[in-house]
Design a protein around this ligand. Structure first.
Ligand code: FES
Length: 267
C-alpha cells in the first residue's frame, strides 16, 4: 500500500475527555489500512510547516450517507502543535501523509488474546479489537488491560465494553480500577491461563515489563512503539531504537515498525 500525501478535510474535531480529542478526516487510500499503521499530519499554522507529527490510526470511516471514506484519530493535547490542532474546525483541510508503517499481525479466531494499552497508546488497540471481531474472533474471551494516570486517562472504555471484552482497569492514583501498574493484572491473568498472544501499546517501561513477562512464559508479544518522528518515511533517522542483542544496530520505528515482535527490540 503506497502512502499518499493529500489534503484531508476535517469532518469533526471534538473533545471526548479532558485533554483528549477525536479527529475525523475525509481522505482516500485507507480502505485496506491495518491496525498499528499511522499517519503523519501537518498541523496548520504551527510555524514549522515542514514538520509533520505522527498519529496512529484509531479507526476507519466507511463511505456512506453522503460522506466520503476516511479515518479517525484520537489524540491528547500535550503541547503547542496538538493545542493548535484541537482548535481546527470541520471543513478545514490538513496535510496528511499515510498510511505508514506496518501493523499488528492478526491472530486467527479462537486465539486467547490480551490487549494492553497504557495512556495514549490505546487508540490503535480499538482499531485492532474491531478488526479481530470482524475476522470472527469471540471477543468475550479476550482480555483488555487499560491503564492510565487517572480515571480520565482510561480511554475508549465504552468501545471495549461494547465489543464484549473482559476489562481490567488500573490507574496510578487509584481513581478507577486497581491502583497498580497495568502489568500486574496482566501477570495475574497470564498465570491463570496463558494467552497465545499479547498486543501492547504504551510507554516504553510498560512495554519492557510486558516483554519480560512474555519471554518468561513463552508468549508471543507484539508491541507498537511510540517515537518522536520528523519524516515518518525512513529518511531522517530520528526514530531509531536499538535492535535486541545488537545494540550497535538500529530499527527505524517509522519504517521497520511501529509494530515489532517484543524480542526484536532492545527495550
Ligand atoms: Fe525519520 Fe523515522 S522519522 S527516519
Amino acid at each position: 500500500m503506497t502512502p499518499i500525501q493529500q489534503n484531508a478535510r476535517v469532518l469533526w474535531n471534538r473533545q471526548v475527555a479532558p485533554g483528549y480529542f477525536k479527529l475525523g478526516l475525509s481522505c482516500r487510500g485507507y480502505e485496506t489500512a491495518i491496525p498499528g499503521q499511522f499517519i503523519m499530519l501537518q498541523v496548520p499554522g504551527n510555524g514549522s510547516p515542514l514538520l509533520r507529527r505522527p498519529f496512529s490510526i484509531h479507526g476507519l470511516l466507511p463511505e456512506g450517507n453522503g460522506t466520503k471514506a476516511g479515518i479517525e484519530l484520537l489524540y491528547k493535547v500535550v503541547g503547542k502543535g496538538t493545542g493548535i490542532l484541537s482548535k481546527i474546525s470541520p471543513g478545514q483541510n490538513v496535510d496528511l501523509l499515510g498510511p505508514l508503517g506496518n501493523g499488528f499481525l492478526q491472530a486467527p479466531p479462537g486465539s486467547r488474546i490480551f490487549l494492553v494499552g497504557g495512556g495514549i497508546g490505546v487508540p490503535p488497540l480499538v482499531f485492532l479489537a474491531k478488526a479481530l471481531k470482524n475476522r470472527g474472533m469471540d471477543m468475550s474471551g479476550c482480555h483488555m488491560f487499560l491503564g492510565g494516570r487517572s480515571k480520565s486517562d482510561l480511554l475508549c472504555r465504552e468501545e471495549f465494553e461494547a465489543l464484549g471484552m473482559r476489562l481490567h482497569l488500573t490507574t496510578d492514583d487509584g481513581s478507577e480500577g486497581n491502583q497498580c501498574l497495568i502489568t500486574h493484572p496482566v501477570e495475574q491473568e497470564a498465570e491463570k491461563a496463558t494467552p497465545d498472544i499479547i498486543y501492547a501499546c504504551g510507554p516504553l517501561p510498560m512495554l519492557a515489563c510486558l516483554a519480560g513477562i512474555a519471554r518468561s512464559k513463552g508468549i508471543r508479544c507484539q508491541i507498537s512503539i511510540e517515537s518522536m518522528m520528523a519524516c515518518g518515511i525512513g529518511a531522517c533517522l530520528g526514530c531509531a531504537v536499538a535492535k535486541s542483542g545488537d545494540p550497535d544496530s538500529y530499527w527505524h520505528v517509522c519504517k521497520d515498525g511501529p509494530v515489532f515482535e517484543a524480542d526484536q527490540v532492545d527495550l
